[in-house]
Ligand binder design. Sequence first.
Ligand SMILES: C[S@@+](CC[C@H](N)C(=O)[O-])C[C@H]1O[C@@H](n2cnc3c(N)ncnc32)[C@H](O)[C@@H]1O
Length: 398
Amino acid sequence: MTDAAPDGLAARLRAQLADRLAETGLLRSGVWRAAVMAVPREVFVPAFFRRSDGPQGTVWTPATPATETSGAWLEEVYADETLVTQLDGGVHPGDVDGPVSGDPTSSSTLPGLVVRMLEDLDPKDGARVLEIGTGTGYSTALMCHRLGSDHVTSIEYDPATAASARTAIATAGYSPRLIQSDGLQGDDDGAPYDHLIATCSVRTIPPAWLHQVKPGGTILTTVSGWLHGSGLARLSVGEDGTAFGTFLPGTVSFMIARPHAAPDLGDFSSLLRQPAEERPAHHGPEVFRDWVPLFLTQLAAPKAQGISTRLDGGPWLAHTIDVGSGSFATLVPGEDSGSGFRVRQGGPHRLWDDVEAAVDAWKAAGSPPQTAFTLTITPTEQRVRLNTPEGPSWTLPT
Ligand SMILES: C[S@@+](CC[C@H](N)C(=O)[O-])C[C@H]1O[C@@H](n2cnc3c(N)ncnc32)[C@H](O)[C@@H]1O
């Protein structure tokens, strides 16, 4: 292991980070504390983008250290923050001179979340772990410290990210098995694994994962989708492609696995001009703002995407669009409903009817937290269920 700060500042900041994560309950065990104390995060984020949100939207400013041992730089690196390292699948901090817009496609996840997930995964001595989404390699290195490099395999989709992670992990003194490929296919050669942890999210659990983790082993992953609802699921793997588990507490989200990304909406204006039925809406755009309702909205409309438009200074309209089936629901301000909105629905599916039915069933059950939802996987379907008597259920998209 290397320590980039000769004066020991980095080591002190690691200890402070570990203390903060322990105080908040995210870091719960001595073994993971030892890993946080040992792995130099600055090696994994030699440059990143700083985020700022303004009237023109979000912009990203490249941040590179004057010297990698400078105190201010190290303090930023050891904050419990996500550090974005790539935009739009190929733009890195060294590629630009000033602020740019773009969508994050790789990052060093905030250490608190990484550690909390490792605690949730709880691999014992000798366990072998497959990680999907190497990213910068920081989480990979934590696992190498805890389990030994020969017990860790990590897969990264993006070639440039995989190459940087390989260098950083070696610099930090670890030597796990690193693969650059699509993690949704897992790693047949190294299977069976005791555990699989994904630091990108999936719309549906890839069948390969179910066969590459031993029966009794664990899959820890966020389940998300094109409406950006998300939930962290911990599954216990059964025989023959089955698994069962629950959603864990917290508002956990990750960037979606690249092959699961939403298709381009294209020119949806003609779709919105289709004949439509209009009625008062029981629920308005607030369902997109609240964590569990957004998760339910996505379960109810799993192939839909959301977008807002505004015409000639008029009100913002929230559209839910399923380009595959040509269905849409548009929320329009309207006084004659409790929600303050009317909904226009067109195409073969009444998307908002399904969304409202899901949110109403959840409210009727007492608006339970996300931990009340289970995920059951069989070879033929993946079903999320609200775990109440006669709780409703929804299948994840295939
Ligand atoms: C949030 S970052 C990972 C953070 C990382 N664990 C760390 O500590 O730095 C998510 C990563 O998942 C990668 N990714 C996306 N889809 C993937 C896939 N199908 N297979 C493997 N990696 C994928 C992205 O390229 C990105 O680097």
